[in-house]
Design a protein around this ligand. Structure first.
Ligand code: SF4
Length: 329
C-alpha cells in the first residue's frame, strides 16, 4: 500500500548569530537533519523526544509552514508545492494542524461557530447557508451541541475548546492531522476524552495522524508506530509495544526508564547526565555520545546510520546489538 504521507531526507537549517551583536559570528543551527518516515491512511506515527529535539519543526516542515532546506514531502504521492504558492494552499486542505493550546489557536473575539466555518470560506467550499449547516454537523460530530455555535472561546471548557479546534481542522475533510502536543494544555481528566475522540474520528474517517507528544504513555496508547528524535534526527523507530518493552537505543532506554512503573524488577533505570547539547554545537560522531554511558571512541568520530535491526525496528547506534539488556525499561 502506498503511504498517504511520505517524508524523505527532510532537513531545515537556520542561520543564527552567536554572541552579542555586532561582535558575534553567524552559525548554522540544524533543527531537523535528514528525517524520513511514512504514515498510511488510518494510522498514527507518534513522534517523541525532549524539548528542542526538532519535533515541532518537523511538524511545520511536513505541512509546508516552514520551508525545508532539503528533502521532500509527498501527500498521496504528490510532492508538496512551495510554501505560499496557490497549489500549496490547495493542498493544505488535505492536511491540518491541531495545536497544543486551543485558546491561542482560536480568536477570542469571534464566536466559535464562525471560526469552525472559516476554513470553508478560505478554501471556497459551499455557499454561506451550507457552511453553517456543515459547521453545526461537524460540531456535533466532535461531541458539541448546536447551542455552542454562538459561544465565545472563553465561555467553553478546555476540552470543548480543543473539540472546536478539531472541528475547525476536520471541516475541510483532511486526510492528515498533525497534532502537536494536542492534550498537554488540558486537564488530566479531559485528556482521555480528547484522545478517545481522536481515536474514534480516525476509525470513522480513516485519518492519518502525526502525533507529537512528550507524554510517552499517551503516545504508546495512540500510535501504530513510534519515532524517537534526538537533536534533529530519528534515533529509533518501530512498533510501540516492542519499543516501549525493550527499547534498543540508549536514548530511548533513558526516556522509557523515566516512565514511573510500580515494579522495575532487576532492570536498572538509565538516568542521563546533563542537558541535550546546543544544536549549534552539535557533537561530532553520534550526537548522543556526551550523555551516553556506553560511548566508545568510534561514537565520537562516526555518525551512526539509522539501520534496520534483526527484529524489524530501526535504530541509529553503533553498538545496539552489543548493549547489556539489564539497562532497559
Ligand atoms: Fe551511545 Fe555510541 Fe550508540 Fe551513540 S552510537 S548511542 S554514543 S553507544
Amino acid at each position: 500500500m502506498t503511504a498517504l504521507l511520505e517524508v524523505s531526507g527532510l532537513a531545515r537549517q537556520f542561520r543564527v548569530r552567536r554572541g552579542a551583536w555586532p561582535f558575534g559570528r553567524s552559525a548554522t543551527l540544524h533543527a531537523v537533519d535528514g528525517v524520513s518516515f511514512e504514515i498510511e491512511a488510518g494510522r498514527t506515527l507518534g513522534l517523541v523526544g525532549e524539548s528542542g529535539c526538532g519535533k515541532s519543526t518537523t511538524a511545520r516542515l511536513v505541512l509546508g509552514l516552514t520551508q525545508a532546506s532539503r528533502g521532500e514531502v509527498r501527500i498521496g504521492g504528490e510532492k508538496l508545492p512551495p510554501t505560499g504558492s496557490a497549489p500549496w494552499r490547495a493542498m493544505r486542505q488535505r492536511m491540518q494542524m491541531v495545536y497544543q493550546d486551543p485558546l491561542s489557536a482560536l480568536d477570542r473575539r469571534v464566536r466559535v461557530g464562525r471560526q469552525v466555518m472559516e476554513p470553508l470560506a478560505i478554501h471556497g467550499i459551499g455557499a454561506s447557508g451550507e457552511r453553517r449547516e456543515k459547521a453545526v454537523a461537524m460540531m456535533e460530530a466532535v461531541g458539541l451541541a448546536p447551542h455552542h455555535f454562538e459561544r465565545f472561546p472563553h465561555e467553553l471548557s478546555g476540552g470543548q475548546r480543543q473539540r472546536i479546534v478539531l472541528a475547525r481542522a476536520l471541516i475541510v475533510d483532511p486526510q492528515l492531522l498533525v497534532c502537536d502536543e494536542p492534550i498537554s494544555a488540558l486537564d488530566v481528566s479531559i485528556q482521555a476524552q480528547v484522545v478517545n475522540l481522536l481515536l474514534d474520528l480516525q476509525a470513522r474517517l480513516g485519518l492519518a495522524y502525526l502525533f507529537i507528544s512528550h507524554d510517552l504513555r499517551m503516545v504508546r496508547q495512540v500510535s501504530h508506530e513510534v519515532a524517537v528524535m534526538y537533536l534533529g534526527r530519528i534515533v529509533e523507530q518501530g512498533d510501540p509495544d516492542q519499543l516501549f518493552a525493550t527499547p534498543a537505543h540508549p536514548y530511548t532506554r533513558a526516556l522509557v526508564s523515566a516512565i514511573p512503573v510500580p515494579n522495575r524488577g532487576a532492570r536498572r533505570r538509565l538516568v542521563l547526565a546533563g542537558e541535550p547539547p546546543n544544536p549549534v554545537d552539535r557533537p561530532a560522531g553520534c550526537a548522543f555520545h556526551p550523555r551516553c554511558p556506553f560511548a566508545v571512541a568510534r561514537c565520537r568520530a562516526e555518525i551512526p546510520e539509522l539501520r534496520t535491526l534483526a527484529d524489524g525496528r530501526r535504530a541509529a547506534c553503533h553498538l545496539v546489538e552489543e548493549l547489556p539488556q539489564s539497562w532497559a525499561a
